[in-house]
Design a binder for this molecule. Sequence first.
Ligand code: OGA
Ligand code: MN
Length: 202
Amino acid sequence: MQFSSIIDDLAERGWSVQRAFLPSHETLRLAEECRRREAEGAMVPAAVGRGEGQLVHEGIRGDHILWLEPGQSAASDLYLQLMDGLRQQLNRELYLGLEEFECHFAVYPPGAFYKTHLDRFRDDDSRCVTAVFYLNPDWQPEHGGALRLYLGEAASQDVAPLAGTLAVFMSGDFPHEVLPTAVDRLSVTGWFRRRAALPLSA
Ligand code: OGA
Ligand code: MN
């Protein structure tokens, strides 16, 4: 797997969008797993904030999530392995010192969105690079649901959540939002972290 265009984009401007990041049959397998876990009732409403301050707040974000763990399935193991390879290359070439990658499936049901936010908490700056991989094979512009990245100086970039697309950006640098979706919107959303989160009591 060649990660060099991601690395070049991150070095130059801090964000990158790759089409067809995985072969389509691998993307489909991940989408099927996400659907299956959802049908089993394994997804939970995503919370906002961290630690004891965590709240489910559908006025801010309306997705349902399930964290990926190693050994869950061949499809998710392959994804975790691939992202570990990307983590190592980011460390080799950009000296980011990333220690781990964490990710979850996310399903946004019709009408759901995620208001503008940064992927760094005020009390925890361990999330360093965000990587969102989309799982929607039949995405149409009228479905909405774009990732909107705010690049500064009134510039923004919309990314359609079409299956196979990977969006990567520096977590602390780009406010972003998920525009309201008209149909189920599936993804694997993850973060490369510098170190474990601070103790919750800190
Ligand atoms: C997030 C997020 C973006 C997306 O979960 O923090 O911003 O496109 N997701 O799903
Ligand atoms: Mn985010």
